[in-house]
Design a protein around this ligand. Structure first.
Ligand SMILES: Cc1ncc(COP(=O)(O)O)c(C=O)c1O
Length: 458
């Protein structure tokens, strides 16, 4: 190997070490996002006919660009759905990248696919789906949801060729994730939202479809239930949704992209009852299973059906059919042909730490939400607007306008203290601006909550 390659490896490892050690510092860096214009001024032109050299490019990365990134795993980043990959998973992501594994077909990536599948078997067991259920790792929840609804729509059409000429309808709740609407557009299906205050239930679905024409009812092929809504952490009535889906022979998809990690938590596992009756489930390890980006997963009750829908046919790919008996070809079950073995970091971290550590971490996040709720209840300036669900807490700062919430968010950011963004929630029938905490990082502490609540005093 040339010396320059060794230097590059050392410099890259050095930067990685600094990056993953930031959380052990007493005052970890939250990050920032300067304007494109400012960055252009600082960085200059990096893509040139002769190259600027690895050392210079790495310096630019280390000194300028890497500072312009928000730390998703900062313990006081409680906005959106943050992330908290384990150090083991982050380091093994480096190994995964350096190994350059083609994770599409067993023939090309058997060792990597074998390891991914061990992690997948564990995830499938958590869902309680019957024997034979299996899944694959995807680029995230959006592509997992897309892989599922394409399978649902195609199986609806395979069951009755008359459906080939019909635009199918997907039912989901008004609190379902925006990716459902986007992916319905991708497959040219119609999305009908069932308005909900809290959970999607069988009664609400029945009441909604009672208002539809017979022709519209006939076009419904799938219900998407959410197990952990992004905004409030609510888990739909999965038993009830399963009952209606069985009654009308609809596909039941559960979007547990965020909530899926909580299948591990004994304190809330009962809320997921009914998930084992679904046809497909999305779980994002890059959300609450402590994996680095990007890693989603789609699990099917009947993977053979998904294979019939997703497998790609080409004469140059025929050879993989010959080797099919030897192992599993992940490309057959989701959208992507060439794919990285993005489940490998999860596998390594699970293998290293054991599943109990994962369970404890998720229980702690749920506990943090309860601790925060208790502090909010006892603070006269604050009002808890609903009981916490999973690791999400919604509350109001009494007397604040939407502008006040926005200014507070940016003040915390400027101070490098926290990233917490407002959202909207119905209070007495009116959608109001509220503060939303979502705990993902098990390194967050009660002191972190106190520091944040102090900023709401005046
Ligand atoms: C419930 C739910 N579904 C789907 C998604 C989309 O997942 P991704 O961003 O991994 O595509 C999210 C993202 O926050 C989510 O919370």
């Amino acid at each position: 190997m040339h010396n320059v390659d060794i230097d590059l490896i050392e410099m890259s490892l050095d930067i990685t070490k600094q990056t993953i050690n930031r959380l052990t510092q007493s005052n970890p860096h939250l990050g920032l996002a300067e304007s494109e214009e400012k960055l252009k001024k600082k960085v200059g032109e990096t893509i040139t006919p002769h190259g600027i050299g690895g050392e210079k490019a790495l310096k630019i990365w280390r000194n300028i660009l890497s500072k312009n990134i928000m730390s998703m795993d900062h313990p006081r980043h409680l906005a959106f759905i943050s992330a908290a990959p384990t150090k083991a998973a982050v380091m093994f992501d480096l190994v995964t990248a350096a190994s350059s594994i083609h994770g599409s077909y067993w023939l090309l990536g058997a060792g990597g696919i074998f390891a991914e599948n061990q992690a997948m078997e564990w995830m499938v067991k958590l869902t309680g789906l019957p024997e034979g259920a299996f899944g694959v790792f995807t680029a995230g929840g959006t592509s997992a949801n897309l892989s599922a609804i394409v399978t649902a729509r195609e199986s609806w059409r395979m069951n009755n060729p008359e459906n080939n000429n019909k635009k199918g309808i997907i039912l989901a709740s008004s609190e379902s994730h925006s990716s459902i609407e986007s992916m319905a557009k991708v497959i040219d299906a119609e999305l009908r939202l069932v308005p909900i205050e809290e959970k999607l239930t069988s009664d609400l679905i029945e009441k909604t479809i009672a208002t539809y024409s017979e022709e519209d009812r006939d076009r419904i092929f799938c219900v998407v239930a959410t197990a952990g809504t992004t905004n409030a952490g609510i888990i739909d009535d999965l038993e009830g949704v399963a009952t209606v889906c069985q009654k009308y022979n609809w596909w039941m998809h559960v979007d547990a992209a965020y909530g899926g990690g909580a299948l591990l938590a004994d304190t809330v596992r009962h809320l997921f009852n009914g998930i084992e009756k679904s046809d497909s489930i999305t779980i994002d390890p890059h959300k609450w299973l402590f994996s680095p980006y990007d890693c989603g997963a789609i699990i099917y009750k009947n993977p053979e059906l998904a294979k019939e829908v997703h497998k790609q046919e080409a004469s140059y790919l025929d050879i993989f059919k010959e080797t099919e008996a030897n192992g599993f070809n992940p490309s057959d079950y989701q959208l992507q042909l060439t794919r990285r073995v993005r489940g490998l970091p999860l596998w390594f971290s699970l293998a290293m730490h054991g599943t109990n550590r994962y369970k404890e971490a998720i229980e702690w996040d749920i506990k943090l939400a309860e601790i925060a709720a208790e502090k909010i209840r006892s603070n006269p300036n604050l009002e808890l607007v609903r009981e916490p669900s999973l690791s999400v807490v919604l509350f109001k700062r009494k007397g604040w306008t939407p502008e006040d919430y926005k200014n507070w968010t940016f003040r915390n950011l400027e101070k490098g203290l926290a990233l917490i963004t407002p959202t909207k929630w119905r209070i007495n029938g009116v959608r109001e601006t509220v503060i939303r905490f979502c705990f993902i990082n098990p390194d967050a502490t009660e002191e972190d909550i106190d520091l944040i609540l102090e900023t709401l005093e005046n």
